[in-house]
Design a binder for this molecule. Sequence first.
Ligand SMILES: [Zn+2]
Ligand SMILES: [Zn+2]
Length: 305
Amino acid sequence: MPGRTKKDREKLLNNFALDLAERCQSEFTQAMEIYGGDFVKVKNKISFTVDAIPACYTGNHELCRRHSFVCKGGKKFWLYNRAFLPNSFKIRKLDENLNAIRKSEDSSNRTVNVRLNAIMWNSVFREHQRLHPNCNGFLQWNMEREEKFGFVNREEAMCDKCTYRSRKFKLYEEVQTKKPGRKAAKINVSAQAALSQTPLGYTGLRKIVLGCNMPAPSTSGLQKRANKVLPEIVNIDKKDMKARRKQLIAINTLRGRKDPGSVSLQADGAYNNAIYSGIGKTPFQPATQVVYSVAEAETEDKKAL
Ligand SMILES: [Zn+2]
Ligand SMILES: [Zn+2]
């Protein structure tokens, strides 16, 4: 849509809508007149006119000449002396618009696995060469057919000169499980694990990712994955702490203690409510939740148990 400023474009868009409504109306009225009100004939004819109208606004009147009742190109040209639109009005062709969209995707970024990316392009180049030996087209991702899963994506390659389309390639490594169905991407799982170690929330993460001009995972997707990953992290932590306790007993045994299972500890509690929030309500520590962590005081590491 042409127009210098945003306001110009909005106004033009409104006028275009008005003009289009009028165009359809007058095509119909003309057709009814020509076919003497024979609705079946008019319906049949109008179905061709429908294709002519969008082409007409892009400045191509080839279809108008055959199928339009109000535009024949040249002198009897629809946009000539229109109330809302200038004679020079033109919309960009659909494929030009698509190219503009494609260009904006072209400058965005993706996470790809280095090895899988190499595999994709080697097989794409070979297949393209084999199927279209004389084509010197430019191969790139077909962004309209891209599939995104959180941080990762599946891509298909296409040629800008011939009809070549590759199969879709996974550009990420998967977590190996025995469960049926689509397997989780390693990076989506490890991002969750990393997220659990930082004070960053989903909104913060999305901001960073979008700031890098990358498609960001959806909040709901992140939550879904977190529900799977976080219980795993709890399990790993529990196992880890169990191993630490065993190790501590082993150390005490080596030290020749009579009772290696009894260890000296240091501990402290942390409350979820701020201490001043209880002023005037309770003389004690105000809290609805408490975390009480215990660390050993036997070795220099002071490991949490
Ligand atoms: Zn036309
Ligand atoms: Zn090609």
